[in-house]
Design a protein around this ligand. Structure first.
Ligand SMILES: Nc1ncnc2c1ncn2[C@@H]1O[C@H](COP(=O)(O)OP(=O)(O)OP(=O)(O)O)[C@@H](O)[C@H]1O
Length: 419
């Protein structure tokens, strides 16, 4: 459009909208969406239903421990079954409450109890603040509100390992024994985890009461992931938009990473977004490969964002060396730039030995490559290179107040001194 021409935004939006012929309903591919059917999880659905069905006869069901690797459908399946149970129970006039708690966010004894009490706040008018009360008092309140009437309360503790690692198993001890202290209501707990090691942190009594029943979620194989994606794709994309190889490729890439359905769905969604943005009429395998790259890069950015400050300064030293044309560098060369940066920031530098450990950590995270090479009679040394572009790293650091002051410094030619 020439300078003098008027920009008609309404027309522009309409034109852009018309060009969007890829997604019929993208929401279907989001993590929060619960599909109407869960292919390849019928066995687990039935196992959970068998354990929970006593509720419909007024009997207390066992506590359940659900485990399996990430993206194997644990959360979606438990939510699906408990919500169905809630619906069916209405027919039998048996009140069922399902309380879902994500322990990655709600990760202390106190907050778990407070969340349970507050779940009933519309009914009871009681709301516990998220800090401040003595824990015993919150627990007493919890018993009081739950026991106000005859009902079944199913407490789902997702990512239960995070809770136990952060705050111990005291809250599980109380909740799995609470029925002996209630007169009207009955409670059962469903714990979900993708980390089996956390069981070692549990008191054996807690372990045996939590694991009265166990339901295992095995990883999906590529064919199963294909079915899951095909079902979602029917609702998410316009007909004929996906090239034949797209779903099998997404499924194969995700199967390689321990059969993670979340990863498979992400690949399909991002491939569609890339195709849409470039105005393509079809999603092709090329888009899937680019989606894979983008997801990996985004993950890398997240990892860099959450590094401790010392590792960020170290990484920035490597960025400066790269921009100065000085990579590969050895540990000593990186260390001397790192020390100067610490001085610039007024930060106490770590020893070279410790920095060598942090270099290994960055290598393990895939951010840098630190290859050990032999220098003949001079012994062995590391050759350090960057695996992420300096541009990407600078972009992440731009929003980081602690490291921001460094972004304007650069190295002085061969001397590797700060400018
Ligand atoms: N059998 C299935 N059919 C359809 N969608 C599925 C199926 N299994 C998993 N999904 C989808 O994959 C994504 C991940 O599933 P979910 O969150 O239940 O995994 P998870 O096992 O709880 O993982 P994590 O341990 O990481 O929390 C969700 O978007 C979910 O809807």
């Amino acid at each position: 459009m020439s300078e003098g021409e008027q920009l008609h935004l309404d027309k522009l939006f309409e034109r852009l909208l018309k060009a969007r012929k890829i997604f019929k309903n993208k929401e279907v591919l989001r993590h929060s969406y619960t599909p109407k059917d869960l292919p390849h999880r019928h066995e687990q659905i039935e196992a959970l239903a068998q354990i929970l069905v006593p509720v419909l006869k007024g009997e207390t069901p066992s506590n359940i421990f659900v485990y399996g690797k990430t993206g194997t459908g644990k959360t979606v399946t438990v939510k699906f079954v408990t919500e169905e149970l809630k619906k069916v129970s209405q027919k039998y006039n048996i009140p069922v409450e399902v309380i879902y708690i994500n322990c990655e966010i709600v990760d202390t004894h106190y907050r778990v109890l407070a969340n349970i009490v507050n779940h009933f706040k519309d009914e009871t008018g009681i709301e516990v603040p998220l800090v401040g009360w003595p824990t015993d008092e919150v627990y007493a309140k919890l018993k009081q509100v739950i026991d106000m009437k005859e009902r079944f309360v199913i407490i789902v503790l997702d990512e239960i390992d995070k809770l136990v690692k952060k705050s111990g198993d005291e809250v599980l001890y109380s909740l799995t024994r609470i029925n002996t202290e209630l007169k009207r209501a009955k409670v059962s707990v469903i714990g979900i985890s993708n980390d089996l090691k956390f069981k070692e942190y549990l008191d054996p009594r807690v372990l045996s009461s939590l694991s009265e029943e166990e339901v295992v979620f095995p990883p999906y194989d590529a064919n199963q992931l294909k079915d899951i994606l095909t079902q979602r794709a029917e609702e998410a994309f316009y007909p004929g938009v996906l090239e034949e190889g797209v779903i099998p490729l997404c499924a194969a890439l995700a199967a390689r990473e321990h059969g993670d359905a979340r990863k498979a769905l992400d690949l399909l969604r991002v491939a569609g977004e890339i195709a849409e943005r470039e105005g393509a009429s079809k999603v092709t395998e090329k888009h899937v490969w680019r989606a894979q790259e983008k997801i990996e890069q985004d993950m890398m950015e997240e990892v860099i964002k959450t590094l401790p400050l010392q590792s960020k300064v170290l990484l920035y030293a490597i960025v400066l060396l790269d921009e100065n044309g000085d990579l590969p560098a050895n540990t000593g060369e990186v260390y001397s730039v790192y020390r100067e940066l610490c001085e610039y920031l007024d930060l106490e530098p770590l020893t070279q030995r410790r920095i060598s450990d942090l270099i290994n950590e960055l290598d393990m995270l895939g951010i840098i490559n630190a290859k050990v090479v032999s220098k003949g009679r001079y012994g062995r040394t590391k050759e350090i290179r960057l695996n992420v572009t300096p541009y990407k790293i600078r972009n992440v650091f731009r929003y980081d107040y602690a490291i921001q002051p460094l972004l304007t410094v650069s190295l002085k030619g061969g001397q590797r001194r700060l400018l």
